[in-house]
Structure formats: C-alpha cells, structure tokens
Design a protein around this ligand. Structure first.
Ligand code: DGL
Length: 271
C-alpha cells in the first residue's frame, strides 16, 4: 500500500517542537518536514510575504512526484495566522491543521487571571490572534509581548542573545507570581520558544505555568486523519531546509536521515 506522508513546515527549527509531539502521537505515520530557513524569520515580515512562502511550500509538498502529502501541519503560529484560511481555500480537500497561541489552555490553568503571551510581532498583529484574544477577554487579561529577534537568535543557536532577549521580554511583561495581580501563566506563542522553556522558567520562577501547543495539535491531527492512518511499521522522517539544514540535525530528538536543500528535495528522502 502506498503510504503518503504528512507535511509539516515552519520558518526554521521551531516546528520541530510540534513534530516531536506529532511523532509521539502518530508513530506509524511518515513525516516530511520543511524548514524555510532561507526566508526566516517570518515574525517581523509582512503578512503577504509569509502567506506567499506558505503557499510555495504547500505547493512543493503537494507536487512531490512520487509521494504527495495527505495532510499538512503548519507548525508555525505566524504562518497559521497569515495563511491557513488561504491554504484551506486553495486546497479544500486537504486536511490542514494550524497552530495558534494556547490562550484557552492558559485560561483553564490561571488562578490570577493575568496571562502573559510571548509571540512574534506578526502573530500578535494578526486578525486571527486578536479575534481569539477578544473571544476570551472576559475570562482573563492577556499581556502580550512581541519578541523581535528571539526566534532568530534561537535559530542561530546564539545563546548569549537568546538569554538577553528572554530576560528583556519577560521583565517587560510585568510581575510573575501567584498572588492577585501577578501573572501566573505564560503562553509560548511561537514554536521556537519551547526550545528555551527551561531558561524562561528559571527567569520567571518554577511555580509559573508555561503553556505551548504541541500535544493538542498532535491530538487534533490524529482526529483529522483518523480514517487514513496506517498501522504496522514505525514511520519515517525526511527533513528539508531552504537554507542551512545543519540546525535540524541538532534539534530533532529522533534519529535523522540524510538532509538536503529543498531544491534537490528527492535526495533528502529517507529510505
Ligand atoms: N516559529 C514561528 C512561529 O511559531 C515563527 C518564528 C519566526 O520565523 O519569526 O511563529
């Protein structure tokens, strides 16, 4: 039986935090991951640019001669906000799952009803995010911090800059703690930020909830593709990058297969 993979993309390594949850939830599926590192970061670009990149990558994943994808996971909050509605219009029969900042789970966890949100400038400016925030506005106060440069510093593995930006942005958000008026929950609204979860936790204190979306997205993907799920062998993984693929090697928490640039995509397939 031909086994079509699930496509997953992000501007870079961030989406690997989602891929990890997907592989745990769907161990028999094959995945093709594209890191658009040659055009990253997305978070400080305009909406049209991010939408066009999302369309180009989706086209590529659907036009793979031998094995087009059967479903798409946009493992990027910024690209989901800019493009999921367009991609669903373009491909009405393709199951498409997106990622959005985990405001609802944060509301369920918070006692003080003051919730911090770290995300890219583009995500926070988007209509999609603002509609979500408004829909929950009576239940909690959200303090949103655009994190210019943070995804890029994580992508480049620049520890000094990453630490400095985490300190700057968490202190700009306000006082964390469990007392009334304090922020007791922090949403990681960009898929790059789970990679610095431990560092953020050190800065804001061990009692503060940190919330991201990997597991809910993986469960939602399983629900959406239930009828097409394979059984049997463990699935395979192919990783591609439009830029330097080296970072993918370091960040994927599973055995990797040969990598290649997107333009020579077939050479990167795992056997
Ligand atoms: N990882 C992405 C997100 O979830 C975008 C990071 C970037 O390229 O700015 O928003």
């Amino acid at each position: 039986m031909i086994k079509h993979p699930i496509g997953v993309f992000d501007s870079g390594v961030g989406g690997l935090s989602i891929l990890k949850a997907l592989r745990a939830e769907l161990p028999h599926e094959d995945f093709v991951y594209v890191a658009d590192s040659g055009f990253a970061p997305y978070g400080e670009r305009d909406e049209c640019f991010v939408a066009e990149r999302s369309r180009a990558i989706t086209r590529h994943l659907l036009e793979r001669e031998h094995l087009p994808i059967k479903a798409l996971v946009i493992a990027c909050n910024t690209a989901t906000a800019a493009a999921i509605h367009l991609l669903r219009q373009d491909y009405p029969d393709l199951p498409i799952i997106g990622v959005e900042p985990a405001l609802k789970p944060a509301v369920a966890l918070s006692q003080t009803r003051r919730i911090g949100v770290l995300a890219t400038r583009r995500t926070l400016a988007s209509q999609k995010f603002n509609a979500l925030k408004a829909s929950l506005g009576t239940q909690a106060e959200f303090i949103c911090q655009p994190c210019d440069g943070l995804a890029d510093a994580i992508e480049r593995d620049d520890t000094t800059k990453t630490r400095a930006l985490c300190a700057e942005y968490t202190s700009a958000i306000g006082q964390f703690g469990l007392q009334t008026g304090h922020i007791d929950t922090l949403v990681l609204g960009c898929t790059h930020y789970p990679f610095v979860r431990h560092h953020l936790q050190e800065l804001i204190g061990p009692e503060i909830h940190l919330v991201d979306n990997g597991e809910p997205v993986a469960r939602q993907t399983r629900r959406m593709i239930a009828a097409m799920s394979p059984q049997g062998e463990t699935g395979q993984l192919s990783l591609f990058s439009t830029g330097n693929p080296a970072g993918l090697w370091l960040n994927v928490a599973v055995p990797t297969h040969p990598l290649s640039q997107l333009k020579s995509a077939h050479h990167g397939e795992s056997a």
